[in-house]
Design a protein around this ligand. Sequence first.
Ligand SMILES: Nc1nc2c(ncn2[C@@H]2O[C@H](COP(=O)(O)OP(=O)(O)O)[C@@H](O)[C@H]2O)c(=O)[nH]1
Ligand SMILES: [Mg+2]
Length: 326
Amino acid sequence: MDLVDGVRKGSVRALAKLITLVENEQPGAIEAMESIYPHTGNAYIIGITGPPGAGKSTLTDKITKELRRENYTVGIIAIDPTSPFTGGALLGDRVRMQGVSNDEDVFIRSMATRGTLGGLSRATADTSKILDAYGKDYVIIETVGVGQDEVDIIRTADVSILVVIPGSGDDIQAIKAGIMEIGDIFVVNKSDREGADRLVTEIKMMLDLSSAPRDWTPAIVKTIATEDKGVETLVEKIKEHREYLMESGTLALRRKERIRSEITKIVENEIFRYFDGLIAENRDIYDQRLEDIVGKKEDPYLLAKQAVEIIAKKISKKAGEYKGRG
Ligand SMILES: Nc1nc2c(ncn2[C@@H]2O[C@H](COP(=O)(O)OP(=O)(O)O)[C@@H](O)[C@H]2O)c(=O)[nH]1
Ligand SMILES: [Mg+2]
Protein backbone atom coordinates (compact mmCIF):
# COMPACT_ATOMS: atom_id res chain seq x y z
CA MET A 1 0.00 0.00 0.00
CA ASP A 2 2.00 2.97 -1.32
CA LEU A 3 -0.24 5.65 0.12
CA VAL A 4 -0.16 4.19 3.62
CA ASP A 5 3.65 3.98 3.39
CA GLY A 6 3.72 7.57 2.24
CA VAL A 7 1.56 8.65 5.15
CA ARG A 8 3.75 6.79 7.62
CA LYS A 9 6.81 8.48 6.13
CA GLY A 10 5.27 11.91 6.53
CA SER A 11 4.24 12.75 2.98
CA VAL A 12 1.52 15.41 3.00
CA ARG A 13 0.56 14.48 -0.57
CA ALA A 14 0.02 10.86 0.39
CA LEU A 15 -1.96 12.06 3.42
CA ALA A 16 -4.33 14.16 1.32
CA LYS A 17 -4.71 11.43 -1.29
CA LEU A 18 -5.40 8.70 1.22
CA ILE A 19 -8.05 10.80 2.95
CA THR A 20 -9.77 11.39 -0.40
CA LEU A 21 -9.60 7.69 -1.25
CA VAL A 22 -11.14 6.71 2.06
CA GLU A 23 -13.68 9.53 2.09
CA ASN A 24 -15.01 8.50 -1.30
CA GLU A 25 -14.93 4.79 -0.43
CA GLN A 26 -12.80 4.10 -3.49
CA PRO A 27 -11.36 0.64 -4.14
CA GLY A 28 -8.63 -0.15 -1.66
CA ALA A 29 -10.06 2.10 1.04
CA ILE A 30 -10.85 -0.69 3.48
CA GLU A 31 -7.49 -2.38 2.91
CA ALA A 32 -5.77 0.96 3.50
CA MET A 33 -7.63 1.45 6.77
CA GLU A 34 -6.64 -2.06 7.79
CA SER A 35 -2.96 -1.16 7.47
CA ILE A 36 -3.49 2.23 9.09
CA TYR A 37 -5.19 0.87 12.19
CA PRO A 38 -2.16 -0.62 14.01
CA HIS A 39 -0.48 2.81 13.86
CA THR A 40 -3.28 4.67 15.60
CA GLY A 41 -3.91 5.51 19.23
CA ASN A 42 -1.31 8.21 19.81
CA ALA A 43 -3.20 11.32 18.80
CA TYR A 44 -5.56 13.05 21.18
CA ILE A 45 -8.92 13.79 19.61
CA ILE A 46 -10.70 17.05 20.46
CA GLY A 47 -14.31 17.46 19.34
CA ILE A 48 -15.77 20.96 19.07
CA THR A 49 -19.44 21.49 18.40
CA GLY A 50 -22.05 24.21 18.67
CA PRO A 51 -24.42 26.28 16.57
CA PRO A 52 -23.29 27.98 13.34
CA GLY A 53 -21.54 31.25 13.97
CA ALA A 54 -20.66 30.47 17.59
CA GLY A 55 -16.99 30.91 16.79
CA LYS A 56 -15.91 27.26 16.53
CA SER A 57 -13.54 27.85 13.63
CA THR A 58 -12.02 30.91 15.27
CA LEU A 59 -11.55 28.91 18.47
CA THR A 60 -10.05 25.99 16.57
CA ASP A 61 -7.57 28.38 15.02
CA LYS A 62 -6.61 29.80 18.42
CA ILE A 63 -6.44 26.44 20.18
CA THR A 64 -4.20 25.19 17.38
CA LYS A 65 -1.91 28.19 17.79
CA GLU A 66 -1.69 27.51 21.49
CA LEU A 67 -0.80 23.85 20.86
CA ARG A 68 1.73 24.84 18.21
CA ARG A 69 3.42 27.14 20.72
CA GLU A 70 4.13 23.97 22.67
CA ASN A 71 5.38 22.33 19.46
CA TYR A 72 2.55 19.85 19.14
CA THR A 73 1.45 18.99 15.62
CA VAL A 74 -2.23 19.34 14.77
CA GLY A 75 -4.72 17.95 12.27
CA ILE A 76 -8.05 19.70 11.80
CA ILE A 77 -11.22 18.18 10.37
CA ALA A 78 -13.85 20.84 9.67
CA ILE A 79 -17.30 19.48 8.97
CA ASP A 80 -20.13 21.50 7.53
CA PRO A 81 -23.28 19.58 6.70
CA THR A 82 -24.67 22.33 4.50
CA SER A 83 -21.63 22.85 2.34
CA PRO A 84 -22.62 20.76 -0.72
CA PHE A 85 -25.30 23.34 -1.33
CA THR A 86 -23.76 26.58 -0.17
CA GLY A 87 -20.12 25.91 -0.83
CA GLY A 88 -19.29 29.07 1.02
CA ALA A 89 -19.18 27.74 4.54
CA LEU A 90 -16.04 25.73 3.96
CA LEU A 91 -14.30 28.74 2.60
CA GLY A 92 -15.41 30.59 5.72
CA ASP A 93 -13.73 27.99 7.91
CA ARG A 94 -10.52 28.39 5.96
CA VAL A 95 -10.62 32.14 6.31
CA ARG A 96 -11.20 31.81 10.06
CA MET A 97 -8.29 29.43 10.30
CA GLN A 98 -5.94 31.66 8.37
CA GLY A 99 -3.74 31.96 11.41
CA VAL A 100 -2.67 28.34 11.10
CA SER A 101 -3.39 27.36 7.52
CA ASN A 102 0.13 28.25 6.36
CA ASP A 103 1.79 26.30 9.13
CA GLU A 104 3.14 23.10 7.61
CA ASP A 105 2.69 21.23 10.87
CA VAL A 106 -1.03 21.89 10.71
CA PHE A 107 -3.15 19.92 8.27
CA ILE A 108 -6.69 21.16 7.61
CA ARG A 109 -9.29 19.03 5.92
CA SER A 110 -12.82 20.17 5.18
CA MET A 111 -15.49 17.54 4.86
CA ALA A 112 -19.06 17.60 3.64
CA THR A 113 -22.04 15.42 4.46
CA ARG A 114 -21.90 12.01 2.82
CA GLY A 115 -24.88 10.52 1.12
CA THR A 116 -24.99 7.22 2.95
CA LEU A 117 -26.30 6.53 6.39
CA GLY A 118 -23.65 7.36 8.95
CA GLY A 119 -21.25 8.07 6.09
CA LEU A 120 -20.06 11.32 7.55
CA SER A 121 -19.17 9.92 10.94
CA ARG A 122 -17.39 7.00 9.30
CA ALA A 123 -15.39 9.30 7.01
CA THR A 124 -14.54 11.50 9.98
CA ALA A 125 -13.45 8.56 12.12
CA ASP A 126 -11.27 7.23 9.30
CA THR A 127 -9.72 10.62 8.57
CA SER A 128 -8.97 11.09 12.21
CA LYS A 129 -7.20 7.69 12.27
CA ILE A 130 -5.18 8.60 9.18
CA LEU A 131 -4.07 11.87 10.80
CA ASP A 132 -3.21 9.90 13.92
CA ALA A 133 -1.10 7.39 11.97
CA TYR A 134 0.56 10.27 10.14
CA GLY A 135 1.82 11.36 13.53
CA LYS A 136 -0.34 14.30 14.54
CA ASP A 137 -0.31 14.88 18.30
CA TYR A 138 -3.77 16.41 18.29
CA VAL A 139 -6.74 16.06 15.95
CA ILE A 140 -9.44 18.69 16.25
CA ILE A 141 -12.85 17.91 14.79
CA GLU A 142 -15.11 20.91 14.28
CA THR A 143 -18.75 20.12 13.64
CA VAL A 144 -21.96 22.13 13.52
CA GLY A 145 -25.15 21.54 15.40
CA VAL A 146 -26.78 18.75 17.28
CA GLY A 147 -28.01 16.20 14.73
CA GLN A 148 -27.44 12.48 15.24
CA ASP A 149 -24.48 12.46 12.87
CA GLU A 150 -22.84 15.26 14.85
CA VAL A 151 -23.49 13.58 18.18
CA ASP A 152 -21.94 10.39 16.76
CA ILE A 153 -18.96 12.37 15.56
CA ILE A 154 -18.47 14.09 18.88
CA ARG A 155 -18.67 10.74 20.61
CA THR A 156 -15.60 9.67 18.64
CA ALA A 157 -13.56 12.40 20.33
CA ASP A 158 -11.61 11.99 23.56
CA VAL A 159 -12.91 15.32 24.78
CA SER A 160 -16.11 17.05 23.70
CA ILE A 161 -16.26 20.81 23.77
CA LEU A 162 -19.61 22.53 23.46
CA VAL A 163 -19.50 26.14 22.30
CA VAL A 164 -22.36 28.49 23.15
CA ILE A 165 -22.75 32.25 22.95
CA PRO A 166 -24.64 34.81 25.01
CA GLY A 167 -27.76 36.44 23.69
CA SER A 168 -29.37 33.61 21.79
CA GLY A 169 -31.94 31.76 23.83
CA ASP A 170 -32.24 28.83 21.46
CA ASP A 171 -28.69 27.72 22.18
CA ILE A 172 -29.65 26.88 25.70
CA GLN A 173 -32.75 25.17 24.35
CA ALA A 174 -30.51 23.09 22.13
CA ILE A 175 -28.44 22.09 25.10
CA LYS A 176 -31.57 21.16 27.02
CA ALA A 177 -32.66 19.04 24.10
CA GLY A 178 -30.12 16.48 25.10
CA ILE A 179 -26.52 17.18 24.22
CA MET A 180 -25.76 18.41 27.71
CA GLU A 181 -24.46 14.97 28.66
CA ILE A 182 -21.86 14.89 25.93
CA GLY A 183 -20.11 18.12 26.94
CA ASP A 184 -16.89 17.67 28.91
CA ILE A 185 -16.05 21.33 28.59
CA PHE A 186 -18.45 24.19 27.94
CA VAL A 187 -17.14 27.27 26.23
CA VAL A 188 -19.05 30.52 26.49
CA ASN A 189 -17.52 32.28 23.50
CA LYS A 190 -18.16 35.90 22.51
CA SER A 191 -17.84 36.84 26.14
CA ASP A 192 -17.31 40.39 24.97
CA ARG A 193 -21.08 40.37 24.54
CA GLU A 194 -23.56 41.06 27.27
CA GLY A 195 -24.93 38.13 29.20
CA ALA A 196 -21.86 35.89 29.30
CA ASP A 197 -21.87 35.56 33.10
CA ARG A 198 -25.58 34.85 33.11
CA LEU A 199 -25.03 32.09 30.56
CA VAL A 200 -22.29 30.57 32.71
CA THR A 201 -24.72 30.51 35.64
CA GLU A 202 -27.42 28.93 33.50
CA ILE A 203 -25.08 26.18 32.34
CA LYS A 204 -23.99 25.54 35.92
CA MET A 205 -27.60 25.26 37.02
CA MET A 206 -28.41 22.88 34.23
CA LEU A 207 -25.41 20.72 35.04
CA ASP A 208 -26.53 20.61 38.67
CA LEU A 209 -30.01 19.53 37.61
CA SER A 210 -28.77 16.85 35.26
CA SER A 211 -29.02 13.46 36.88
CA ALA A 212 -26.31 11.90 34.75
CA PRO A 213 -23.75 10.37 37.10
CA ARG A 214 -20.30 11.84 36.52
CA ASP A 215 -16.85 11.85 38.10
CA TRP A 216 -15.74 14.80 36.03
CA THR A 217 -17.49 18.08 36.65
CA PRO A 218 -17.66 19.71 33.23
CA ALA A 219 -15.53 22.83 33.10
CA ILE A 220 -17.04 26.10 31.91
CA VAL A 221 -14.64 28.50 30.21
CA LYS A 222 -15.36 32.03 29.00
CA THR A 223 -13.54 33.01 25.83
CA ILE A 224 -13.29 35.79 23.29
CA ALA A 225 -11.86 33.80 20.42
CA THR A 226 -11.27 36.78 18.17
CA GLU A 227 -9.07 38.38 20.84
CA ASP A 228 -7.43 35.12 21.90
CA LYS A 229 -8.83 35.57 25.41
CA GLY A 230 -9.50 32.54 27.58
CA VAL A 231 -7.95 30.16 25.07
CA GLU A 232 -4.97 29.37 27.27
CA THR A 233 -7.35 28.42 30.09
CA LEU A 234 -9.35 26.32 27.67
CA VAL A 235 -6.25 24.39 26.60
CA GLU A 236 -5.36 23.89 30.28
CA LYS A 237 -8.83 22.45 30.89
CA ILE A 238 -8.43 20.14 27.93
CA LYS A 239 -5.24 18.83 29.49
CA GLU A 240 -6.76 18.56 32.97
CA HIS A 241 -9.60 16.54 31.50
CA ARG A 242 -7.12 14.35 29.67
CA GLU A 243 -5.32 13.62 32.94
CA TYR A 244 -8.62 12.75 34.58
CA LEU A 245 -9.45 10.39 31.69
CA MET A 246 -6.11 8.63 31.96
CA GLU A 247 -6.00 8.36 35.75
CA SER A 248 -9.56 7.11 36.05
CA GLY A 249 -9.22 4.62 33.20
CA THR A 250 -12.07 6.37 31.41
CA LEU A 251 -9.97 7.03 28.32
CA ALA A 252 -9.54 3.33 27.67
CA LEU A 253 -13.26 2.78 28.25
CA ARG A 254 -14.20 5.60 25.89
CA ARG A 255 -11.92 4.32 23.19
CA LYS A 256 -13.35 0.84 23.55
CA GLU A 257 -16.84 2.31 23.27
CA ARG A 258 -15.75 4.22 20.20
CA ILE A 259 -14.46 1.08 18.51
CA ARG A 260 -17.67 -0.70 19.39
CA SER A 261 -19.82 1.91 17.65
CA GLU A 262 -17.39 2.11 14.73
CA ILE A 263 -17.76 -1.61 14.14
CA THR A 264 -21.54 -1.19 14.13
CA LYS A 265 -21.14 1.61 11.58
CA ILE A 266 -18.87 -0.44 9.35
CA VAL A 267 -21.30 -3.35 9.39
CA GLU A 268 -24.29 -1.08 8.72
CA ASN A 269 -22.44 0.58 5.91
CA GLU A 270 -21.42 -2.72 4.35
CA ILE A 271 -24.92 -4.17 4.50
CA PHE A 272 -26.41 -0.95 3.23
CA ARG A 273 -24.10 -1.11 0.22
CA TYR A 274 -25.46 -4.54 -0.62
CA PHE A 275 -29.00 -3.22 -0.28
CA ASP A 276 -28.22 -0.27 -2.53
CA GLY A 277 -26.71 -2.63 -5.12
CA LEU A 278 -29.72 -4.90 -4.93
CA ILE A 279 -32.09 -2.01 -5.64
CA ALA A 280 -29.90 -0.77 -8.47
CA GLU A 281 -29.93 -4.22 -10.10
CA ASN A 282 -33.71 -4.55 -9.83
CA ARG A 283 -34.91 -0.99 -10.11
CA ASP A 284 -38.06 -1.73 -12.17
CA ILE A 285 -39.19 -4.63 -10.02
CA TYR A 286 -38.48 -2.59 -6.91
CA ASP A 287 -40.52 0.34 -8.19
CA GLN A 288 -43.40 -1.96 -9.09
CA ARG A 289 -43.38 -3.59 -5.68
CA LEU A 290 -43.26 -0.18 -4.01
CA GLU A 291 -46.42 0.69 -5.95
CA ASP A 292 -48.02 -2.53 -4.74
CA ILE A 293 -47.04 -1.80 -1.18
CA VAL A 294 -48.48 1.71 -1.39
CA GLY A 295 -51.66 0.16 -2.88
CA LYS A 296 -51.81 -2.35 0.02
CA LYS A 297 -51.48 -5.30 -2.34
CA GLU A 298 -48.28 -6.19 -0.55
CA ASP A 299 -46.65 -5.29 2.73
CA PRO A 300 -43.21 -3.76 3.36
CA TYR A 301 -42.18 -6.41 5.88
CA LEU A 302 -42.17 -9.21 3.35
CA LEU A 303 -40.12 -7.19 0.90
CA ALA A 304 -37.60 -6.24 3.61
CA LYS A 305 -37.34 -9.87 4.75
CA GLN A 306 -36.70 -11.05 1.21
CA ALA A 307 -34.08 -8.35 0.70
CA VAL A 308 -32.27 -9.42 3.89
CA GLU A 309 -32.36 -13.06 2.75
CA ILE A 310 -30.86 -12.20 -0.64
CA ILE A 311 -28.20 -10.04 0.98
CA ALA A 312 -27.33 -12.81 3.43
CA LYS A 313 -26.88 -15.22 0.50
CA LYS A 314 -24.67 -12.76 -1.36
CA ILE A 315 -22.54 -12.21 1.73
CA SER A 316 -22.12 -15.90 2.42
CA LYS A 317 -21.20 -16.46 -1.22
CA LYS A 318 -18.54 -13.77 -0.95
CA ALA A 319 -17.25 -15.27 2.31
CA GLY A 320 -16.97 -18.61 0.50
CA GLU A 321 -14.90 -16.95 -2.20
CA TYR A 322 -12.55 -15.53 0.46
CA LYS A 323 -12.11 -18.96 2.00
CA GLY A 324 -11.38 -20.45 -1.40
CA ARG A 325 -8.67 -17.88 -1.91
CA GLY A 326 -7.06 -18.09 1.52
N1 LIG B 1 -17.52 39.46 19.04
C1 LIG B 1 -16.98 38.27 18.86
N2 LIG B 1 -17.03 37.71 17.64
C2 LIG B 1 -16.48 36.49 17.48
C3 LIG B 1 -15.86 35.78 18.55
N3 LIG B 1 -15.44 34.60 18.07
C4 LIG B 1 -15.76 34.54 16.78
N4 LIG B 1 -16.40 35.68 16.39
C5 LIG B 1 -16.91 36.00 15.06
O1 LIG B 1 -18.09 35.24 14.83
C6 LIG B 1 -18.19 34.91 13.45
C7 LIG B 1 -18.36 33.43 13.26
O2 LIG B 1 -17.16 32.77 13.64
P1 LIG B 1 -16.77 31.31 13.14
O3 LIG B 1 -15.49 30.95 13.85
O4 LIG B 1 -16.79 31.20 11.69
O5 LIG B 1 -17.99 30.47 13.75
P2 LIG B 1 -18.39 28.93 13.49
O6 LIG B 1 -19.51 28.95 12.48
O7 LIG B 1 -18.88 28.47 14.81
O8 LIG B 1 -17.19 28.22 13.02
C8 LIG B 1 -16.95 35.46 12.78
O9 LIG B 1 -17.26 36.70 12.19
C9 LIG B 1 -15.99 35.64 13.93
O10 LIG B 1 -15.04 36.66 13.69
C10 LIG B 1 -15.82 36.42 19.83
O11 LIG B 1 -15.33 35.90 20.82
N5 LIG B 1 -16.40 37.66 19.91
MG1 LIG C 1 -16.89 26.94 11.35
